[in-house]
Design a protein around this ligand. Structure first.
Ligand code: ZN
Length: 93
């Protein structure tokens, strides 16, 4: 399983954030979107979640890495094999 992060408006260096994201709590990424892919050849359903929704569903203090390990594909029930997160919602603040 791997995680790709896209940063459109980042303060810290992408390298530092890439290392920090899996250990960071969900509530730190409430304006972000996460795309997940189960990687199953017969499925390949890409799903996009708002991390704010995941933070409500799980505990907001749960880390991104823990949630990725818990997530299952809604179609085939397989584990997520790839994930991409990006700052999809621009707050303008
Ligand atoms: Zn699937």
């Amino acid at each position: 399983m791997f995680l790709i992060c896209s940063y459109m408006a980042a303060n810290a260096s992408p390298r530092a954030q890439r290392r920090a994201v899996p250990e960071s709590p969900l509530r730190d990424f409430e304006a972000w979107l996460m795309g997940v892919d189960c990687g199953e050849p017969g499925c390949r359903r890409d799903r996009v979640y708002a991390l704010a929704d995941l933070a409500r569903f799980y505990d907001g203090t749960v880390t991104v890495g823990v949630v990725l390990r818990r997530l299952r594909c809604q179609e085939c029930g397989c584990r997520v094999t790839a994930a991409t997160i990006q700052s999809g919602l621009q707050t303008g603040r």
